[in-house]
Design a protein around this ligand. Structure first.
Ligand code: NAP
Length: 488
């Protein structure tokens, strides 16, 4: 298909509140831009605080019945949603590419991973088991039962517009909660497409609502409306900290999936050329705009030269272009601001002595769009900002090391603790690294570890709580303890 199609294929451009597509009460709209062409591709309703309040009220009303439905009934809606997402994968992926920039093959992968998430939680909701606990008093019996938390406010970022909301909607609904979702303002369209699937799958009114609009107004309403019992946020550490402070007033439950700065560590027994290929694919996926993107490469000094040469050669092979075009592996960056920040990090590093081994600037191949050359840096000094600030950029800074304990210390020398990667065939090294690294997700010889059945989340300032897996369901459940006194 042509890259000039200006209209993304999802139908709606409105808010979804209490089972109906509605315009914003303020009449305002948000322009959605295609980062490959810099064209406006849609005007979407921009909800106000009042719209958000109505959505929360609808979710609170719907909670009364949804919480009493069985997990088997809830699973039917979630499973059907997964099936519809798979049927509509092409349209959803094209929409995502047009609003976010990632190549359509990557966008399809995101839609299918999200469909798997819906299906996995459809099943896991049936396993919200309590416990029977042996008493110490013969005249008592003790047990725990699980209870849905209540209405959830879900806020997500632009880099994975479907996946990161699916990780909230699917477990919340499976647990018996109802939800109000706020997507990133610049990427609302693909989530609208997911709501179209939920509706066609039989979603009852009020159970899931979609409010697109200004973050501060919507988040304030989430934080002050007493019916909202939990906020699930994915985004920057900076905003996560603000939400933590605001949540204190009403002791709202919080799940926070925040920034990362993942080390990628290569030991000398691993094949440096094979690992360099995996490293480049992992690094330049979505232009490095991924919370678990490897962003500090520590390579053992015995294989550093071979690894670096192979990484440069692989990075230079990557086809840059509009993500709708055949064969494109790297699309545009998401916005101009991100490109400018990338350039500033590179200039800071080279100003402090680093060498730019390939890339290093905006691509001049294209008249429009935020295209940045895949970049590899070597010879970094310890004070380069790219080693401390989360880069969220298509830049691969390579450093070398010689001792295991030193590389653990260097890898942990960050406020973040989301993901870490280790490449080795030595089981002892792998185990020592898995125990020593301060990260919630550790890939050993695996550069793409995320999957619905395994827990995803960070240590330190990378967040609180876990999404996916059974932990991701527990995040939407309270444990109630019941003690029963027996007669006679
Ligand atoms: P962001 O600026 O924090 O925005 C994320 C979401 O929060 C958007 O919906 C945004 O709305 C909203 N928001 C902005 N200011 C807010 C406020 N004061 N109160 C409440 N909500 C607010 O982050 P981003 O730049 O979109 O995303 C990149 C960041 O997300 C990176 O740090 C990345 O590492 C992190 N991330 C983490 C994970 C994870 O699973 N740990 C996954 C992906 C991304 P508007 O769009 O309307 O401004």
């Amino acid at each position: 298909m042509s890259t000039t199609t200006a209209t993304p294929p999802v139908k709606n451009r409105l808010l979804f509140i209490n089972g109906a597509w509605v315009p914003s009460s303020s009449g305002k709209t948000i322009a959605v831009e295609n980062p490959a062409t810099e064209e406006t591709i849609a005007e979407v309703a921009s909800g106000s605080r009042d719209d958000c309040r109505r959505a929360i009220d609808a979710a609170a009303e719907a909670f009364k019945t949804w919480m009493k439905s069985t997990p088997y009934d809830r699973a039917k809606v979630l499973k059907k949603t997964a099936d519809l997402m798979r049927e509509r994968v092409d349209a959803l992926a094209r929409t995502m590419t047009m609003e976010q920039g990632k190549p359509v093959a990557e966008a399809k992968g995101e839609v299918l991973h999200s469909a798997d998430t819906f299906e996995w939680f459809a099943e896991e909701g049936k396993r919200a088991y309590g416990q029977v606990i042996p008493p110490s008093n013969a005249a008592k019996r003790h047990l725990t039962i699980k209870h849905p938390v209540g209405v959830v406010g879900a806020i997500g970022p632009w880099n994975f517009p479907i996946t990161l909301q699916a990780r909230k909607i699917a477990p919340a609904l499976a647990a018996g909660c109802t939800i109000v979702c706020k997507p990133a303002s610049q990427t609302p369209l693909s989530l609208i497409g997911v709501f179209e699937c939920l509706i066609d799958a039989g979603l009852p009114p009020g159970v899931a609502n979609l409010v697109i609009g200004p973050a501060s107004e919507i988040a304030d309403e989430f934080m002050t409306h007493p019916a909202v019992r939990k906020i699930s946020f994915t985004g920057s550490t900076e905003v996560g900290k603000k939400l933590m402070k605001q949540a204190a007033d009403q002791v709202k439950r919080l799940s926070l999936e925040l920034g990362g700065h993942a080390p990628f560590i290569v030991f000398p027994d691993a094949d440096p050329e094979v690992v360099a290929k995996a490293a480049v694919l992992g690094k330049f996926r979505n232009n490095g705009q991924v919370c678990i993107s490897p962003s500090r490469f520590f390579v053992h000094k015995d294989v550093a030269k071979k690894f670096t040469e192979a990484a440069v050669a692989e990075a230079e092979k990557l086809k840059l272009g509009n993500g709708l075009d055949e064969g494109v592996v790297v699309g545009p960056m998401f916005e101009k601001k991100a490109m400018d920040a990338t350039l500033a990090l590179i200039q800071d590093a080279t100003g402090k002595g680093a060498k730019c081994l390939t890339g290093g600037k905006r691509s001049t191949q294209f008249a429009k769009g935020y295209f940045f050359q895949p970049t590899v840096l070597g010879g970094l000094s310890a004070d380069a900002k790219i080693l401390t600030d989360e880069p969220f950029a298509p830049v691969m800074p390579i450093l070398d090391f010689s001792k295991l304990d030193d590389v653990i210390a260097a890898a942990n020398n960050t406020k973040y603790g989301l993901a870490a990667y280790v490449f080795t065939n030595d089981l002892t090294i792998a185990w020592r690294m898995a125990e020593g690294l301060e990260a919630g997700i550790i890939g050993v010889n695996d550069a793409v570890p995320a999957t619905p059945q395994c827990p995803f989340g960070g240590m330190k300032e990378s967040g609180m709580g876990r999404e996916l897996a059974h932990e991701g369901l527990e995040a939407y459940l309270e444990t109630k303890y019941v003690s029963i006194g027996l007669r006679g």
